[in-house]
Structure formats: structure tokens, C-alpha cells
Design a protein around this ligand. Structure first.
Ligand SMILES: CC(C)(COP(=O)(O)OP(=O)(O)OC[C@H]1O[C@@H](n2cnc3c(N)ncnc32)[C@H](O)[C@@H]1OP(=O)(O)O)[C@@H](O)C(=O)NCCC(=O)NCCS
Length: 174
């Protein structure tokens, strides 16, 4: 999984080739030194951003992992997720506004799903605002299906749509 150098060597990259697959972006896990950069993106893209403290705590939490795409030293996109036994759970996924709608979110999602499977996840859950059409499209195209609505989930009272991806069903369908 994550090497001492903090880089990933994901199996599918070996097939597709890292430079082509990531278009020159580098995949690494997040570290405390990236907190300021991801907090700036967080404030830029979310109406209810996580605090810097919450971001920092999530990077240290058990069974919680992060991946980010970098252009040179700049964070372009990041994801924070948990794998607890056989269940994966997306906690945060964000792409810098200058890099949105260029396939970056899809690539990062593929990478974190691959990593979660390697860590033992058999399925993967996430919450998304029903009004977030772009994120829903991203997840639906990756094979996530709607599971249930959780009312008043977000601070503004909006419900969350819970979506799930079953890795076993997903791979047997291929
Ligand atoms: C949601 C988000 C992560 C998607 O990342 P992205 O890099 O912009 O997405 P991609 O370029 O990989 O595109 C994913 C799909 O959304 C579509 N899309 C992306 N931006 C779009 C836009 N502005 N308008 C219309 N469609 C758009 C793409 O066409 C693509 O659809 P396709 O699979 O049919 O080609 C990103 O927009 C983001 O950070 N949003 C703010 C934070 C957020 O909402 N996070 C998710 C919380 S659940």
C-alpha cells in the first residue's frame, strides 16, 4: 500500500502507466504540512467547509486514510476515507476549482476505491447532498447506487443521499 516514500503503487497504474493515467499529477497521501493547502481548497469549494482542526484530526484518526493529487508541490485534489474491516466510507473528496471538470475527481475516486479494496473493503459508502448533481454524476458513473436518504444530515438541514458501491458485485459484473 503506501510506501515509506509515501507514494502509492496501485496495481491498475502499472497497466495504464502512471504518466498517462494521472496526466502528470502525482499521487501521495496527505501529511500535516498539507493542512493549510487543503483547508484553502475546503473553504473554496464547500458551503460548509471542515475546520482546519477537523481536517488535522482526520489525518491522524485510526483506520482513516488520505490520498491527494499534486501538481509539483501544489495540492490539486484530496480525499479522506476510512476502511473499517470490510466497509469503506468516503469522508471528504474535493478538487481545487481551477482543476474541476477535467477528470481529476474521477481519477482520485478510482485511486481511493482501489486502495480501499486492497485494504479489505467489500463495499464502500458515501453521503452526498441530493442537490450536488456533479458529485452524484461522478459517483453514479463509478457504479455507486442510491441506498437511502438520511434526513437533516447537513448543518443547513439538507438531507443526505447515502450511496453504496459493492466491490464484489462490481467486479463480477465486469
Ligand atoms: C464533485 C467533484 C469532486 C468532482 O470532481 P471533478 O474533477 O470536477 O469531476 P470530473 O472532472 O472527474 O467529472 C466527473 C463527472 O462530472 C461532470 N462534471 C464535472 N464538472 C462539471 C460541471 N461543472 N458541469 C457539468 N458536469 C460536470 C463531468 O463531465 C463528469 O461526468 P462524466 O463522467 O459524464 O464525464 C468536484 O466538483 C468538487 O470538488 N466539488 C466540490 C466538493 C464536492 O462537492 N465534493 C463531493 C462531496 S460528496
Amino acid at each position: 500500500m503506501i510506501s515509506a516514500a509515501n507514494r502509492l503503487s496501485l496495481g491498475f497504474m502499472a497497466h495504464s502507466g502512471i504518466p498517462d493515467f494521472l496526466n502528470g499529477l502525482e499521487l501521495k497521501s496527505l501529511r500535516e504540512l498539507h493542512l493549510e493547502a487543503i483547508y484553502e481548497i475546503e473553504k473554496q469549494v464547500y458551503e460548509e467547509p471542515w475546520s482546519k482542526e477537523l481536517l488535522g484530526e482526520s489525518l491522524k484518526a485510526p483506520m482513516t486514510y488520505s490520498l491527494a493529487l499534486f501538481r509539483s508541490k501544489d495540492v490539486v485534489a484530496y480525499a479522506i476515507y476510512q476502511v473499517v474491516f470490510s466497509e469503506g466510507h468516503l469522508l471528504n473528496l474535493a478538487v481545487h476549482s481551477d482543476f474541476q471538470n477535467q477528470g481529476v475527481g474521477s481519477k482520485l475516486l478510482d485511486c481511493l476505491l482501489e486502495d480501499s479494496q486492497r485494504r479489505g473493503a467489500l463495499n464502500f459508502f458515501l453521503e452526498v447532498r441530493p442537490s450536488n448533481q456533479i458529485a452524484r454524476k461522478l459517483y453514479e458513473h463509478r457504479g455507486f447506487r442510491p441506498l437511502m436518504i438520511r434526513e437533516r444530515y447537513y448543518a443547513n438541514g439538507e438531507a443526505a443521499l447515502i450511496m453504496v458501491l459493492d466491490f464484489i458485485a462490481d467486479s463480477s459484473a465486469e
